[in-house]
Design a protein around this ligand. Structure first.
Ligand SMILES: [Zn+2]
Length: 308
């Protein structure tokens, strides 16, 4: 029996290795803010919803999440490799020309085959316009309101992750391998997750709620409280989305890529100077997602111009 047990263990180990191999094959690119980043963006947004929008979101969400939008904000990352949703894969990011440090919608918002509007800026636009049909009632079955809400909520997060509007040749930093403190990582992943996890570990006892309280405190009566009005000001949705993408690529150039060489080790200096930027982008993504949802679900048609 001894030998039998040993070979079972060996087979299990073999399967485990195979699983790891498959898992890495299935994930050609990192996914956008880590789940913690998306959860915080969506919690911030849901806390800022006005009554009409809060009710609409509650009605659109599946019952099993008990009205908690953040529970499903990572869903678009989980399904992007399923056959049915493979078309959504290019919607998580924008590839801009190397070193241009600019975003131009007609030049950059397309997938690898050149199909227009297939980028995160086009996706935010598209799902916002789908949600705006919610007011017309349930007779319009062209759109799946639940999916539109989850996609919009997720992509507003991705649009604010600076390295999601990155350079083409390095896939937004995905191919820039380096070390984060003592372990292997890449520049894209540093911005998706490493900075947030290191902050959680070092300052917040691994508790996302405590980090979230700090971020919310900064814009309710802290250092960003005077900026929130301008963050959420928006007369024309398309212009606003373009502005958010431009902010991201500018930050990617100034703080993401600057001075970083493949193969080096990033540690305290990089972490301390970039962490405030990550927190601010999460806050902005949340505040602006709330702004869009409040506008889309309000009975009055005031506010920004919507694409139809
Ligand atoms: Zn994503």
């Amino acid at each position: 029996m001894e030998g039998y047990g040993g070979s079972v263990k060996l087979i299990c180990f073999g399967l485990y290795v195979l699983l790891l191999v498959f898992a890495s094959i299935q994930l050609p690119r990192a996914h956008g803010w880590s789940k913690e980043g998306h959860i915080m963006t969506c919690r911030i947004a849901q806390g800022l919803l006005e009554a009409e929008a809060a009710e609409a979101v509650q009605n659109i969400l599946p019952h099993y999440v008990d009205g908690d939008l953040s529970a499903l904000c990572v869903w678009p990352d989980q399904i992007r490799h399923w056959y049915r949703y493979r078309w959504t894969s290019p919607l998580h990011f924008i590839d801009t020309p190397d070193d241009a440090c600019s975003f131009d919608y007609s030049r950059d918002c397309h997938d690898a085959h050149g199909k227009q509007n297939m980028c995160v800026a086009g996706a935010v636009q598209n799902f916002t316009s789908q949600l705006s049909h919610y007011r017309e009632g349930t007779s319009d079955r062209r759109y799946n309101m639940t999916e539109a809400l989850l996609f919009l909520s997720h992509f507003m997060g991705d649009l604010h992750q600076p390295m999601h509007v990155g350079f083409t040749s390095d896939e937004g930093g995905n191919t820039i391998d380096l070390r984060w403190f003592r372990h292997k990582s890449n520049l894209h992943h540093v911005w998706d997750r490493e900075i947030i996890l290191t902050a959680l570990n070092d300052y917040y006892d691994k508790d996302v709620d405590l980090l979230l309280q700090d971020i919310e405190g900064n814009f309710t009566d802290g250092m960003w409280s005077d900026d929130v009005t301008s963050w959420k000001h928006c007369d024309d949705l398309l212009a606003c989305i373009n502005k958010y993408a431009v902010e991201s690529i500018k930050l990617a150039c100034k703080w993401g890529y600057k001075g970083v060489e493949a193969g080096e080790t990033l540690s305290d200096d990089y972490f301390n100077s970039r962490m405030p930027i990550v927190m601010k982008r999460i806050a902005q993504g949340g505040v602006r997602l709330a702004m869009i949802l409040n506008q889309v679900f309000s009975d009055t048609q005031e506010g920004f111009a919507l694409p139809t």
